[in-house]
Design a protein around this ligand. Structure first.
Ligand code: TMP
Length: 235
């Protein structure tokens, strides 16, 4: 008998929202494949460097959307679709919602056109549920700054890792520099609008609390919408 197609849960939110931590906790809880965008495949990793490393020239916004879509097409083909077809649950840290929120609401590309691009890139694979971890921008900024400081401290403790830590901190600093409040406030509002327009497939969780409380809220949202993910885990 062919196994039933697995469920796909995507986590979304602005940088510093805590969504990666929450994606990891949910994946562990339900025994799902944990993955992320951009960069989860060989091609994707090269694209991630091109897109995010400070040394590369910033792409034009349509080029940025196309490169994100290329990463997603490879990610679906190599990681997500095979796992879903095996009947496994998949949790991804970012998916199509990021392109709609960042390149659409954030950078101003038409969201309807991006939806078509995203549907074409994924061959129609859509999350069964997208969880937005929502935080005020001041909280996101504080978390990003704390993350950069932690990485610097860890790098200093291990001289061999210093080069890598420097690169990480540089990347964080670069992001902080790019943390233009108006841009991120459009991204955040975009997520809330997307979620409001499709309440069956999107859920907004308040991320401005301690990790365990947010994890409990995520669990409740997933259980409400996709209770069978937990049932399968129990069986
Ligand atoms: P990450 O730090 O969560 O891995 O995200 C990397 C950055 O890429 C983050 O600033 C959001 C951005 N991004 C987009 O702009 N569009 C997309 O489609 C994706 C997947 C990420």
């Amino acid at each position: 008998m062919t196994p039933r197609r697995g469920r796909l849960v995507a986590f979304e939110g602005v940088d510093g929202s805590g969504k990666s931590t929450q994606a990891r906790i949910l994946a562990t809880t339900i025994g799902a494949v944990l993955t992320f965008e951009p960069g989860a495949t060989g091609l994707g990793s090269a694209l991630r460097h091109l897109l995010l490393d400070p040394g590369h020239p910033e792409p034009e916004v349509r080029a940025e959307a196309l490169l994100m879509a290329a990463d997603r097409a490879q990610h679906v083909a190599e990681v997500i679709r095979p796992a879903l077809e095996e009947g496994r649950a998949v949790v991804t840290d970012r998916f199509s919602g990021s392109t709609l929120a960042y390149q659409g609401y954030g950078r101003g590309l038409p969201v309807g056109e991006l939806s078509q691009l995203v549907a074409w890139a994924t061959g129609g694979v859509e999350p069964d549920l997208t969880v937005v971890v929502d935080v005020p921008l001041a909280v996101a900024r504080r978390r990003l700054e704390r993350g950069a400081a932690d990485r610097l401290e860890r790098g200093a403790a291990d001289r061999l890792e210093r080069g890598a830590a420097d690169r990480l901190v540089k990347r964080s600093a670069d992001r902080l520099e790019r943390l233009d409040v108006r841009f991120f406030s459009r991204v955040r509002d975009g997520y809330l609008e997307l979620a409001g327009a499709d309440p069956l497939r999107w859920s907004v969780v308040d991320g401005d609390a301690d990790v365990d409380s947010v994890a409990a809220a995520v669990r409740q949202a997933v259980e409400q919408r996709l209770g069978d993910v937990f049932d399968e885990e129990r069986s």
